[in-house]
Ligand binder design. Structure first.
Ligand code: GLN
Length: 544
């Protein structure tokens, strides 16, 4: 059943989906029209029915994977049909409903990189071109790194909407090495505020080698992205816990950042790192003498903790999701769960931008214009804020310690697409392409997405919006809130979620109606009970 208010909201939502920059004349788009548009993106057979595979295939074309947890309910419904079945339109709509917001955005081409397959074609092309570059030298200070084939080369990317693409050796694990530094910095910042943390570690580029025996003028390590700063950072993570619990904590964070995929650990790398760590021990003792560590720090176990963190293993696929979580301000795109505070990510990206690429950091910021962090295993994590995370892995390093192909890839990417931090200044840079949706569209999305998810009963979609900091009290131009829509459509679980999050329980729409009025009008007993228990009141408006 549809009330007049929610019909208006549907019209608003549908209007905002129409292409073109000029506002279209108001058009009443019914549910049926909307559903037809949605299904139009799916392959139908001659009889107008839809094979089950059509849905995962269409989602795969825009980079969404069938095992994505954000699609779990719909994929579960789809699995109830035999694979050679042919679904009616109504059956397919029922399949889509529980994850309607994400699926609809995907099918109507409004994920952050709408033309995902063309973008990926270019990434594949760059991979192919840069694969031919055989210069550089694999790190050989420990045998475990020296043994890795220089031909290994993988690139994975994940957008802030969880669109994923991989080419090359993207499922093989490598030790993350210095890529642990930004992650540990984030972990420490979640525990200490910025000022407290930076009493121990500075935030200026050092202009020196990553393991050089030097501190800044205040006798602190220059920043958390070089060895001295990273060792000091380790001393600030759960300092009062056992070493085992501290390491578990770091591993848990890696897993959450990677969309609940466990990180690996190489004991052999750890043992080798510890054995060849004279410089890191020297840095440790130097910092101890200068009073860098908090009182009570055990230096040897702090260093061991640091070597363990360098020996964490990831693959390109998993690390791209980690980078995407940074790109999305701390919300993991593939789970929709907030892992880090936006302020933490802001601090981390700032330091990756200025200090993440060893002695090439200034040059990288100048020519590539993106926050990044490289590791001696040949890993390179790059963040395109608000768009995507990228991981490139290719072991041969240039003399400054960065992956040769990694840098080549970034140069080529930024020559084609306007990803450099300052490419948006316009003018002469117009020849570069912009693969992302415009920001204005994303703003319109917030209120329409909220209203649409609420009217569809898409709880996961709402949780996702909450994780992104969307205000659940937002209303459309008719004053209709998500709670009005969920109440008028009888979605008890969604109403409970809104109530549980403390939204205004009695907002009035432009006709003076509250959500309770909507629930009564639709005779939704369950919703009425939840609302009344939470103290909802009728609005007492004239019914229309
Ligand atoms: N394990 C290495 C070290 O601490 C990591 C350095 C790196 O990746 N640059 O020396």
């Amino acid at each position: 059943m549809t009330t007049r208010g929610s019909e208006r909201t549907r019209r608003l939502i549908n209007d905002s989906l129409l292409p073109g920059s000029i506002a279209p004349a108001p058009e009443l788009v019914t549910d049926a029209t909307r559903d037809r548009r949605l299904l139009g993106a799916l392959q139908m057979n001659d009889a107008g029915r839809i094979p089950p595979r059509a849905l995962p295939d269409a989602l795969a074309r825009v980079g969404l994977r069938a095992h994505d947890v954000r699609l779990a309910e719909s994929m579960h419904r789809l699995a109830q049909f035999p694979h050679d079945a042919a679904l009616s339109s109504e059956e397919m709509i029922q399949v889509i409903r529980p994850n309607a917001s994400l699926i609809e955005r995907a099918l109507r081409g409004s994920l952050v990189v709408p033309d995902f397959s063309s973008f990926c074609d270019e990434v594949r092309e760059i991979h192919e071109e840069t694969r031919m570059n055989h210069s550089g030298k694999v790190a050989d200070y420990i045998p475990q790194l020296a043994r890795v084939s220089p031909d290994r080369y993988g690139i994975s990317l994940c957008t802030v909407d969880g669109q994923q693409y991989s080419v090359g050796d993207t499922t093989i694990d490598f030790s993350v090495q210095s890529c642990t530094k930004p992650i540990n910095y984030c972990i420490a910042l979640e525990e200490h505020d910025e000022a407290a943390f930076h009493r121990h570690v500075g935030r200026e580029p050092s202009g020196r080698g990553f393991n050089e025996l030097s501190l800044n003028r205040d006798n602190k390590p220059h920043n958390p992205m070089i060895n001295a700063g990273a060792i000091a950072t380790c001393s600030l993570i759960r300092a009062n816990d056992s070493v085992a619990d501290r390491f578990d904590h770091v591993m848990d964070q890696w897993a959450k950042l990677a969309g609940n995929q466990r990180a690996g650990f190489s004991n052999a790398v750890y043992l080798s790192e510890r054995q060849s760590a004279d410089r890191n021990f020297a840095l440790g003792y130097f910092m101890k003498e200068k009073g860098v560590f908090p009182a009570g720090t055990d230096l040897v176990s702090t260093l061991e903790f640091y070597f363990q963190c360098c020996s964490i293993e990831s693959s390109c696929e998993r690390m791209a999701v980690v980078a995407a979580t940074l790109a999305d301000g701390g919300v993991c795109p593939t789970t929709g769960i907030r892992v880090l505070r936006p302020s933490t990510v802001r601090a981390c990206l700032s330091l990756m931008y200025s200090c993440g690429m060893y002695d090439f950091s200034g040059e990288f910021a100048f020519s590539i214009g993106l926050p990044a962090k490289s590791g001696v295993s040949g890993a390179l994590m790059v963040v395109v804020p608000n768009v995507m995370g990228i991981c490139i892995w290719s072991p041969p390093l240039d003399p400054l310690g960065n992956s040769v192909r990694g840098i080549e890839f970034c140069k080529s990417l930024v020559s084609r697409f306007n990803f450099h931090n300052y490419d948006d200044l316009g003018g002469s840079l117009r020849h570069k392409r912009d693969p992302r949706r415009r920001r204005e569209d994303l703003r319109v999305d917030a209120v329409t997405s909220l209203c649409w998810a609420a009217s569809q009963g898409d709880l996961r979609g709402i949780q996702n919006l909450v994780a992104r900091g969307v205000d659940l009290n937002m209303a459309d131009y008719d004053g209709r809130t998500g709670l009005h829509l969920a109440a008028s459509e009888g979605h008890v679980a969604v109403v409970q979620a809104f109530v549980g999050r403390g939204v205004d329980i009695n907002p009035r729409d432009r006709w003076g109606n509250t959500p309770l009025d909507d629930a009564f009008r639709g005779a939704h007993g369950g919703v009425i009970t939840v609302l009344e228990q939470a103290g909802a009141r009728p609005g007492g408006a004239s019914s229309d």
